[in-house]
Design a protein around this ligand. Structure first.
Ligand code: ADP
Length: 272
């Protein structure tokens, strides 16, 4: 009987091993498919603005463009080149995050400044989409140990998304307030909202609601994962909230006054 038992055990062990191998194989297939899809998406996202840039610059070079079209050509080239630069910057940030090489240049700052700078940068896009953008900053926020450029990037990402996913005539409200232990930055929009099943995944790398909406709005699904990483490097947290599709969204960033994330101001240059 004991021989029978050990054979059975051996058989079970082999069976488990086979199942584990099959599981690993399936994982590898899935990972490779994701990578293929991601490469195709990056190529597409970089190719689309390039097609426009090449088309318009060729027209400019030919000298056949009507004078009133010249300004439009230059503006379109500028917009598309900036979109490309944004994608490349995000990819560089993600690769620094993955390799652990991203460093903060932490200083003693007034948090209102990077927030306002970010909002000023999004204003033209809000105006173009007829989205009302309002900001309220509480007096005496206190000072933060933070990297002002990275904080501006965090707010820029959240406000850009809020404008991007809000229909014409909608609104985006940014509120900066002071809690007992942290500064709170809230970005609320009246846009399309986030479905409950997608909400837990919004901060994941490469996550988008679905391929068609991503194609419609562009983007690679990297922005929010970079946001979360930067906020956490400051010792803070970020949360997303939405009542569901059609009810708008709200993102809240909390940055603690005392952070352990502080690194010397010139650290970034030293590591890049
Ligand atoms: P990207 O905007 O480049 O796709 P993000 O990481 O910034 O990547 O956002 C991931 C996804 O989360 C978006 O594609 C969108 O589906 C959803 N999302 C982010 N912000 C909002 C928002 N304010 N309202 C609705 N959906 C949002």
């Amino acid at each position: 009987a004991s021989v029978g038992m050990s054979r059975l055990r051996l058989f079970r062990a082999l069976q488990t091993e086979a199942q584990e191998k099959e599981h690993l194989y399936q994982e590898a297939v899935r990972a490779s498919r994701t990578k293929d899809q991601f490469l195709a998406m990056i190529s597409h996202e970089l190719r689309t603005p390039l097609t426009s840039i090449l088309g318009w610059s060729e027209m400019l070079a030919s000298g056949r463009l009507a004078p009133d079209m010249t300004q439009r050509a230059v503006a379109t080239i500028d917009r598309n080149a900036r979109a490309q630069a944004q994608i490349i910057d995000d990819l560089l940030d993600i690769s620094r995050i993955i390799s652990g090489k991203l460093r903060l240049a932490v200083r003693d700052i007034d948090p209102a400044q990077p927030v306002e700078a970010a909002i000023d940068a999004v204003r033209p896009a809000a105006l173009a989409r007829d989205v009302e953008l309002s900001v309220s900053v509480a007096p005496q926020l206190g000072r933060l140990a933070a990297d002002p450029d990275r904080l501006q990037q965090v707010v820029w990402n959240l406000v850009t998304n809020a404008v991007k996913f809000t229909d014409r005539g909608g609104r985006v409200d940014v509120e900066v307030s002071r809690g007992r232990e942290n500064v709170e930055i809230r970005v609320r929009d009246s846009g399309r909202g986030i479905a409950p099943d997608f909400l837990p995944h919004v901060f994941e790398r490469f996550s988008q609601v679905d391929a068609s909406s991503t194609r419609e709005h562009g983007g690679l699904g990297l922005g929010l994962s970079i946001v979360r990483h930067l906020v956490e490097m400051h010792g803070g947290s970020v949360q997303a909230w939405s009542e569901g599709l059609g009810s708008g969204s709200q993102f809240t960033v909390r940055l603690p006054f005392s952070t352990t994330a502080a690194t010397p101001a010139d650290d970034r240059r030293a590591h890049e």
